[in-house]
Design a binder for this molecule. Structure first.
Ligand code: IMP
Ligand code: MG
Length: 186
């Protein structure tokens, strides 16, 4: 069961609002340097990355476009190369563009690695990945992010876009849930 306020369900703050600001600022400056003179397009995979997207796009001091995708994984989670189905495709034609995928968290990497295969076929000039969080201990696909906000341990985290049963996306920091939240929700 969820408590009346979100903060009542949080056991521990893992990344504070102040730390998030520093992360976004650092990544934004780096991306601004790296993409000067390029045709940058930020692509966010909904819904988890929407909060990070809103922040990182304003931390990049370059002309850029944004676009959104909705994907769903199909097949069982036990296949080594999970494929994704595009539920909502991009509006932009990617040819010649420098694509930066903005993600909330890189976990097993299955979703993103099959998405990369699809996007590479559309002839962008370049493709890179910017992930707010990275959980390298859980990686199953051969994929690494080019920009990483913070590396987190193998623990389920919520907030700053990340959900548990569609809740906690609006928590302004990243936290770990109390065990009581899971107990009645299994
Ligand atoms: P994967 O890298 O293909 O395993 O998928 C990553 C997706 O799983 C992310 O975009 C999240 O939606 C979700 N995810 C992975 N770890 C967490 C977590 O700790 N909290 C919330 N969502 C998570
Ligand atoms: Mg997600």
């Amino acid at each position: 069961m969820f408590s009346e306020t979100m903060s009542d369900d949080i056991r521990e703050v893992l990344i504070s609002e102040e730390q998030i600001k520093e992360i976004v600022d650092r990544l934004g400056k780096q991306i601004t340097k790296d993409y000067a003179g390029k045709n940058l397009v930020l692509v966010s995979v909904l819904k988890g990355s929407v909060v990070f997207m809103a922040d990182i796009m304003r931390a990049i001091d370059l002309p850029l476009s944004i676009d959104f995708m909705v994907v769903s994984s199909y097949g069982s989670g036990t296949t080594s190369h999970g494929s994704v189905k595009i539920v909502k495709d991009l509006d932009l034609d990617l040819s010649g563009l420098d694509l930066l995928i903005v993600e909330d968290i890189l976990d097993t990497g299955r979703t993103l690695s099959s998405l990369l295969e699809i996007l590479k076929m559309r002839n962008p000039n370049s493709i890179r990945i910017c992930t707010f969080l990275d959980k390298p201990e859980r990686r199953l696909a051969d994929i690494t992010a080019d920009y990483v906000g913070a590396v987190v341990p193998d623990e389920f985290v919520v907030g700053y876009g990340l959900d548990y049963n569609q809740h906690f996306r609006n928590l302004p920091y990243v936290g770990v849930l109390k065990a009581s939240v899971y107990e009645d929700n299994v």
